[in-house]
Write a protein that binds this ligand. Sequence first.
Ligand SMILES: [Fe+2]
Length: 248
Amino acid sequence: MSEAILDDVIEQKPDYALISGDFTQRARASQFEEAAAFLKRLPCPFIAIPGNHDIPLYHWPLRFLQPLRGYRRHINTDPDPILVDSEICVVGLNTVTRWRWKEGRVRSSQIKSTRKTWLSNADRLRILMMHHPPSEGFMKLSKILGEKPDLILSGHLHQGGATLHPDGPLLIAAGTAISNRLRGGQANAYNVIEVLSSHPHAVKVETRAWNKKSFESIAAQSFEGVDGKWKLTSGPAAVHIEVSSGHS
Ligand SMILES: [Fe+2]
């Protein structure tokens, strides 16, 4: 699967790869080494954040004392990375907490630094990436900030595709790229996000899924955002990635 997805990603000629965590199953060194070897073969720079599977679950001393040791060593020393170019500003937030393995949280220091980054990049498409999808609580925090991201990318749920949030931001969830631990009968999939225009904001989200031979486009959604409110301009309102969707 990793060879097939690499081949497909190379064909898409991406500028960046945005990876929303869960590089490993149990945060073991061998699993991180495998993930790092995969990342080295990407055809573009990547920005990544850790997922809950990237901290130890059963190794209690490590989980509580140095939960991100493996991640920092093999993936990235910075679990809250930032990427800025002339069109986009991506803020990655580490939402993993050692106390609650499955659930995430956003720390107040992260809110402060994110606000600062948004304010200094107000003219760019502002993309927030975090492993855990935003909860209602998070949306309230965003309101308190007074500055919301345009796009929110998340992982964790293994259900890909873009949906509109009534509060404004466009939510883009990652499917299961490589792992065979698939949920709800979904096929392996990933999203290709194309920035069509940064002023006014317009993006296309293409979901590419595994058809048991190769990755292929199964949905394309286009959205336009004005004053932080997005609307669907073409494509389905939600994407359903199914193993038995007619693919052989
Ligand atoms: Fe996860």
